[in-house]
Design a protein around this ligand. Structure first.
Ligand code: SAH
Ligand code: SF4
Ligand code: F3S
Length: 457
């Protein structure tokens, strides 16, 4: 009998990847993906634990699904509720204690066992909680299902190559929810990338909590670093663009910086979080590098690839952060000049060292700092987009636009570009002259005869 599964995804791109793989694993059991919870037989919340509000959002969502479950039961339909992801891993049984209507709780390393867990729940009639198991098994299990039941239909795809983190920044839960660093073997990644290329994928984003800490076993018995892996993946002819995220400044190794200079498939766009511009704060965060070290990396990247655009993450109001230290963060933003950035108010996470710090910053100070930082970054982002006007950029055509005869693509800098072009351009990289900047996208003109241009900041 055919059933339906609704997966709601929070958090990072690794959760997006995992959600797709859960759908692959459920396909042989007759579960078809649906985009609304209303009629779903199974609802999975793939959760994130990175900041406080994320957890509270999960509990309030669960309240809504509990009501829906009761309504549906009254009509004679059964609906199962599952909590996956980092909140599942961190909270475990606490979730079923707070929310009796939840049937399954499982962590990021257990997705390949989903069919078995569902069965256990069916047979026992009791909530099933599963937060153990090895990450190596996860990828072997998921990769098999993905090959048999591909769900990817788009020209861009995520591919997780590394999971977990050994860095233990003092503010962060990830090392606790995703476990130790693990790198998938090169052959497994190449095989998955080839399958994706066969399915029509043209742009690949390699994912990992610390993607550039990648050290996967290669066929010749050595360990492959990320630069080498990227060069190997770029041999696959269907794959025309490669990106990776999220990187740590400490792992920007020579081979990777070199690849930015020599590999034309590697996009000139890098998300390289620094978090703070103060060396004292960076030390208290246990980031393991200074601002000078970060600037040196940026300099080397720009000399290897002059048109590279950079983005970052920032945390404001880390415990003990003074006004002067916050100003240093603004200074580094001015010094780097970002194409965009994500910024967050520090959120104390249970079990992390910074949460125990007694010098917590008041909420209103955090809000004020965040607004100032976002103003600055917003201005840099607009300026960056403006520099693209007049340039001819290579645009990967992704999907139809709202109007007939219009398509939407993406630039090397992840900007959406709207242009008038026939729909048979789908999945192709075309040249487009950028004409204007809108609130969330650029508009361009298809220029078939021109050479591909580059933008510089
Ligand atoms: N591995 C990546 C980041 C993963 S988490 C890195 O090292 O850069 C994504 C972002 O969430 C972080 O870069 C950080 O800016 C933010 N973040 C993590 N923990 C946080 C916390 N406790 N409060 C506020 N922001 C946080
Ligand atoms: Fe979290 Fe730091 Fe690891 Fe990034 S490097 S996932 S911020 S502990
Ligand atoms: Fe969130 Fe887990 Fe990703 S905490 S950011 S979903 S690794």
């Amino acid at each position: 009998m055919s059933k339906s599964v609704y997966v709601k995804t929070y958090g990072c791109q690794m959760n997006v990847y995992d959600s797709q793989r859960m759908q692959d694993v459920l396909a042989p059991l007759g579960y078809a993906p649906t985009d609304s919870a209303e009629n779903a037989d199974l609802v999975i919340l793939n959760t994130c634990h990175i900041r406080e509000k994320a957890v509270e959002k999960v509990y309030s969502e669960l309240g809504r699904y509990r009501d829906l479950k009761v309504e549906r039961a009254a009509l004679g339909h059964e609906m199962k509720i599952a909590v996956a992801g980092c909140v599942g891993q961190a909270e475990g049984e606490e979730i079923t204690r707070r929310m009796k209507s939840v049937d399954l709780v499982f962590g990021p390393q257990t997705y390949h066992r989903l069919p078995e867990l569902l069965k256990q729940n069916e047979t026992s009639g009791k909530a099933v909680i599963e937060t153990e198991f090895s990450v190596a098994d996860k990828f072997v299990g998921l990769a098999q299902e993905q090959v048999r039941h591909p769900t990817s239909r788009s020209v861009t795809a995520f591919l997780t190559i590394q999971e977990g983190c050994d860095k233990f920044c003092t503010f962060c839960v990830v090392p606790y929810t995703r476990g130790a660093e693990f790198s998938r073997p090169v052959v497994q990644i190449v095989e998955e990338a080839k399958k994706l290329a066969d399915q029509g994928v043209r742009e690949l984003t390699l994912l990992g909590q610390n993607v550039n800490a990648y050290r996967g076993p290669a066929v010749n018995g050595t360990q492959s670093r990320l630069g080498t892996l990227i060069n190997e993946l770029s041999q696959i002819s269907g794959i025309q663009r490669i990106r990776y995220m999220t990187s740590h400044p400490r792992d920007m190794s020579d081979d990777l910086i070199e690849a930015h200079g020599s590999n034309p498939k590697l996009m000139p766009y890098l998300h390289l979080p620094i978090q703070s511009g103060s060396n004292r704060v960076l030390k208290a965060m246990n980031r393991g590098h200074t601002t000078e070290y970060y600037m040196k990396i940026i300099e080397r990247l720009r000399s290897a690839c002059p048109n590279i655009a950079l983005t970052s993450d920032f945390i404001v109001g880390f415990p003990g952060e003074t006004d002067a230290e916050f100003d240093e963060t603004l200074d580094i933003i001015r010094a780097v000049n970002y194409a965009s950035a994500f910024s967050f108010k520090y959120s104390p996470r249970p079990g992390t060292p910074a949460a125990e710090n007694r010098r917590q910053i008041p909420e209103d100070v955090k809000s004020e700092r965040l607004a100032r930082l976002q103003n600055l970054v917003g201005a840099q982002q607009s300026a960056f987009n403006q520099t693209c006007v007049g340039l001819t950029l290579p645009v990967l055509i992704e999907k139809p636009g709202r109007q007939e005869g219009q398509m939407i693509g993406r630039s090397p800098y992840l900007q959406s570009v709207h242009l008038d072009i026939q729909s048979d351009a789908l999945a192709q990289i075309v040249s487009a002259k950028i004409l204007a900047v809108g609130p969330n996208s650029l508009s361009g003109q298809y220029t078939p005869e021109t050479q591909q241009g580059v933008a510089s900041i």
